[in-house]
Design a protein around this ligand. Structure first.
Ligand SMILES: Cc1cc2nc3c(=O)[nH]c(=O)nc-3n(C[C@H](O)[C@H](O)[C@H](O)COP(=O)(O)OP(=O)(O)OC[C@H]3O[C@@H](n4cnc5c(N)ncnc54)[C@H](O)[C@@H]3O)c2cc1C
Length: 335
């Protein structure tokens, strides 16, 4: 995605890549939640054409329907669930004009995070908030600047956000130069292994403090210093797609993700971390009923649950489409 962003920049165009330039095609195929998605939509909403091979070896080449009436089940299935069905060899993507980006970063306390989330829930679509919580809390607000008046409005909103220290507001030229959403002071251990589970749910509103107290308890008892919980903001255009896709949680406003880490090759620590992840998931399910399958876990006992919470009523039809297009289950399983 970083390469895509860099290439487009030369042509004064841009694409809503995610928080990092590292991910590849999987970012687009699994939905693709960008800090710009509130004003641009998800990455799958930018796909105009898709080409590839189903699991049964048959070639396909599909075009984005021009109206909901023209929607085929295959298009819906490939928009968000392609990784279960076939190999994608080519996509044609919609791009947008390159615009400057405002980036606000700061360290926050518990109550400041609560206030930032409150404010973000009534922001215009051109701003989004993301945060990460481990040893400390680090937040990153990102906004796309339309013109000079708009920039002043965005800065005004960003200056209202509370912070403890290290606040910066920078104007940057493109998404691939955003600062990393990471816990700079935590003892990141390169020899750790990890799993990531992405959840989806509505605005927290009155549940704000209740959710944050749950998160604090989970963070306090995390089994490894590299475990953390973070979140991205959706809303705006991600809530209103004209053409149906396999990303069914169009009402989602927050995507919290649980990062579980353990010392590599230590089975008992791995089990402890996976248990912590499941406990965190269980505790957050009331406010995050959905799952974003940016990472899949066919090797874990919760795979069936994550599939069912990612696709809900659409899962049986998706399984039928897979049965006829990938009958030998060459692609990752939908069960
Ligand atoms: C640092 C970092 C930041 C991230 N930030 C975001 C973010 O802001 N928003 C967000 O939505 N997600 C984010 N993600 C999640 C990321 O988008 C997913 O993990 C994505 O699946 C990674 O895709 P990949 O191609 O890089 O990885 P891979 O592991 O290569 O692929 C992921 C899955 O997609 C399948 N796949 C890849 N290419 C194809 C293809 N051509 N045809 C069929 N199947 C294919 C693979 O088989 C695999 O199952 C982030 C991940 C990281 C590591």
């Amino acid at each position: 995605m970083g390469d895509l962003s860099d290439f487009l920049r030369k042509h004064k165009r841009s694409f809503p890549i995610g928080l990092s330039g590292i991910p590849g095609m999987g970012y687009i195929l699994t939905g693709g939640i960008s800090p710009l998605s509130r004003s641009r939509g998800l990455a799958i909403d930018q796909i105009m054409e898709i080409k590839g091979f189903w699991g049964n070896g048959k070639e396909f080449h599909l075009f984005r329907p021009t109206s909901p009436k023209g929607l085929s089940l295959e298009w819906k299935a490939l928009s968000g669930a392609a990784i279960f069905l076939g190999i994608i060899t080519k996509v044609k993507l919609k791009t947008q004009p390159l615009r400057p980006i405002l980036s606000w970063t700061a360290n926050l306390s518990f109550s400041q995070l609560s206030e930032c989330i409150n404010q973000a829930e009534s922001w215009p679509n051109c701003l989004s908030l993301q945060w990460i919580w481990g040893d400390n809390i680090f937040a990153h607000a990102i906004g796309e600047v339309l013109n000079i008046d708009h920039e002043a409005k965005l800065i005004n909103l960003l200056e209202k956000l509370p912070f403890t220290c290290n606040r910066t507001i920078n104007k940057i030229s493109h998404m691939n130069s955003l600062p990393k959403l990471s816990l700079k002071n935590s003892r990141y251990n390169n020899s750790n292994h990890s799993e990531v589970l992405g959840l989806l749910g509505p605005a927290w509103q009155k549940n704000n403090l209740k959710v944050l107290k749950i998160l604090k308890r989970l963070i306090d008892k995390r089994p490894n210093k590299s475990c953390y919980i973070a979140s991205q903001q959706l809303g705006g255009l991600t809530n209103s797609n004209e053409i149906d896709t396999s990303f069914i949680h169009r009402d989602a406003i927050w995507k919290p993700w649980i990062n579980g880490a353990w010392e590599a090759y230590d089975q008992s620590k791995r089990n402890k971390t996976l248990k912590w992840m499941e406990e965190s998931w269980g505790n957050l399910e009331f406010i995050c009923p959905g799952v974003h399958l940016a990472q899949i876990h066919p090797h874990l006992s919760w795979h069936q649950k994550e599939l069912s919470l990612a696709f809900k009523d659409w899962l049986p039809k998706l399984k039928e489409i897979k049965a006829s297009n990938d009958p030998r289950n060459l692609m990752p399983p939908l069960k």
